[in-house]
Design a protein around this ligand. Sequence first.
Ligand code: ATP
Ligand code: MG
Ligand code: FE
Length: 345
Amino acid sequence: PFVLGIESSCDESAVAIVAADGTILAQAIASQDEAHRPYGGVVPEIAARAHVEVLAPMIDRVLNDAGMGLGDLDAVAATAGPGLIGGVMVGLVTAKALAMAEGLPLIAINHLEGHALSPRLADRGLTFPYLLLLASGGHCQILEVRGVGNYRRIATTIDDALGEAFDKTAKILGLGYPGGPAVERLAREGDAKAVPLPRPLKGAKEPYFSFAGLKSAVLRAKESGDYNDADIAASFQQAALDCVLDRTRRALGEAGDVGALVVAGGVAANAPLRMALEHFAREHDLRFVAPPLKLCTDNAAMIAWAGQERLAAGLVAPEGDPLDFVARPRWPLDPDAEPARGAGV
Ligand code: ATP
Ligand code: MG
Ligand code: FE
């Protein structure tokens, strides 16, 4: 079967068609970085309007690139949450309209499930269960991925997500938005030991991340005038990586018998982070899987693929998900997980 996927939960509008064997027949992605740059972060209202403008023509283009018509599709999958609700609604309503007009089953996808399963799209040999670090601008979690639709959340953040910490550090250093790549670049020229910064929750028994204190310390370091920006960037990145490794070590101790460590989400683009996690995996006899960047950041291939996984696992009714499926601003992957103090989905 062929599944069309639609993603619109944040600041990427994306459409893709993926076959049951994981072949990506066509995909398109429109990033809104330019539109949000003046504000230093994603503005929900601007995001929703941009999705409205681009999604329909993108669907046309992707069908064209794949040499297919709507009649060749077997299902339409769309992100139904969690995310910025205006954008989620645009993508979900678009999918519902296609499903209704073509008599296709709708598959409502949890965006986090898209990230959680994308490594299997990149590496078809990756089997359950695996430990997943999901780190993006909006999420910072460690999950035990036991199977399709079977996720146990081991860790989450009590304040900022890791990508958010990179973005805020970039803002403090005047590097613009999105900040992750800029901080990584500047960090290469700096000394990671130059600025003493905290490692929040390092060694803590509680299964949480925390980056707000680190960000405040970065702000104080900058305002002190005692350090150059490259040293601050390098020291921040090192502190963040130390926290991630410590939290991953703790989560591994709590996970079942996982065979692989997997990283997904936009922060997986960070080369020092990938290297540190790869080293950690080798030490612990785990396979290490990091999908190509295109599949790490928000994209629609992962949404279409999650649809394929759900179909193959028998989790989709023949008529699909109900057409009155409501978009969800919050939608935890693990319904049993305790909500974190503070923020976090
Ligand atoms: P969501 O949280 O809903 O998945 P998002 O748009 O924030 O949405 P992504 O597109 O997956 O998530 O990732 C973007 C985030 O990744 C930003 O916070 C960005 O700064 C961060 N990021 C991207 N590249 C790097 C990098 N090289 N180093 C560190 N962080 C990075
Ligand atoms: Mg994004
Ligand atoms: Fe995402």
